[in-house]
Design a protein around this ligand. Structure first.
Ligand SMILES: *Cc1c(COP(=O)(O)O)cnc(C)c1O
Length: 315
């Protein structure tokens, strides 16, 4: 498996024309490793670091529907590295991702949410005692390395703009742990750009949600000896989380059908479909018109298949 040989992901025009804006989508779902997505973009850099630190097994965290755990388990299997996943008992129902995690031979340890950090520590100690040099990756690929991967994505966007002669006024995307947003915001700061980067939360509420993004941005900037920024610079919108992680409504299902039918692009109810709907609502509410808007497709294709029946049923 070659991890660092893929090109910039495509940017395509969408048929959407709400408020006379033009809409484009950056297809990070097409990163050619393990069904792509932002977790694949992050994982590539984590595995570079794993090799640099001469680690020989992985420990990470996530639910049974985790895109992150699927990608990490896939790459680990390809490299012949044992992969240990700590998973909260509450969200351990089978999904397309959990079936693949099984297929990749990852070792899953379930525990109550309250015991996650002690279970991770115990697993790390146990592996060290067995003579391993375990590499820990935070849930969702959070941390400076994950942030770096979305600075790289920002560079791809700037390159696209240079070659096409256009400029995106807004970049929208789903914000979860906030690492994707932190990388895009850092990229914008490093380039001195003025545009708005708007993270549509799929679960977290403010002030915590935007605080985590801010901490990630400043952690990265400080590591590069740059000035930290203030919270006003983070636009983390929590108006469209509904009842939190995984909750969705009929409008989201309709948005997913529309984009799939008109543009042939699959989105899911937990992340991208929910944020795309949230973006439309945000654009209406804030009367944004005649702008160039880029939406980042952060992946989650296996989740699309988990909800395919709902897309047909609830018509
Ligand atoms: C994890 C995930 C996100 C959220 O990314 P963060 O970097 O955690 O904010 C968005 N979309 C998809 C498909 C994901 O799997």
């Amino acid at each position: 498996m070659e991890l660092n040989k893929y090109q910039a992901t495509p940017i395509q025009r969408l048929s959407e024309n709400l408020n006379n804006n033009s809409y484009y989508i950056k297809r990070d779902d097409l990163i050619p490793i393990s069904f792509g997505g932002n977790k694949a973009r992050k994982a590539v850099l984590f595995f570079e670091d794993l090799i640099l630190t001469k680690s020989d097994c992985v420990v990470t965290y996530g639910s049974s529907s985790s895109n992150h755990c699927r990608v990490i388990a896939n790459i680990s299997a390809a490299k012949g590295i044992p992969c240990h996943i700590i998973s909260p008992t509450v969200s351990s129902y089978p999904t397309t991702n959990s079936e693949m995690i099984k297929l990749f031979g990852a070792f899953v340890t379930k525990c109550p949410v309250s015991q996650v950090s002690t279970t991770i520590e115990r697993k790390m100690d146990e592996l060290r005692a067995k003579g391993y040099n375990p590499y820990f990756i935070q849930g969702g690929g959070h941390g400076d390395i994950g942030t770096q991967s979305y600075i790289n994505a920002y560079e791809e966007i700037v390159d696209y703009e240079k070659s096409s002669g256009m400029y995106f006024d807004y970049i929208f995307h789903t914000s979860g742990t906030g690492t994707t947003q932190a990388g895009l915001v850092c990229g914008k700061i490093l380039h001195g750009d003025e545009r708005e980067i708007i993270g549509i939360s799929n679960a977290r509420k403010n002030p915590n949600g935007s605080q985590v993004v801010l901490e990630s941005v400043n952690s990265y900037l400080l590591s590069q000896n740059k000035e930290p920024i203030v919270s006003e610079a983070i636009v983390f919108i929590d108006d469209y989380v509904l009842d939190g992680y995984g909750s969705h409504n009929d409008k989201i299902l309709q948005t997913i059908r529309d984009v799939l039918i008109k543009d042939g692009i699959p989105m899911d109810t937990t992340y991208t479909g929910k944020a795309f709907w949230g973006m439309q609502e945000y654009i209406k509410k804030n009367h944004i018109t005649d702008k160039k808007i880029l939406f980042i497709h952060t992946g989650g294709t296996p989740l699309f298949f988990d909800k395919l029946e709902d897309l047909n049923d609830e018509r």
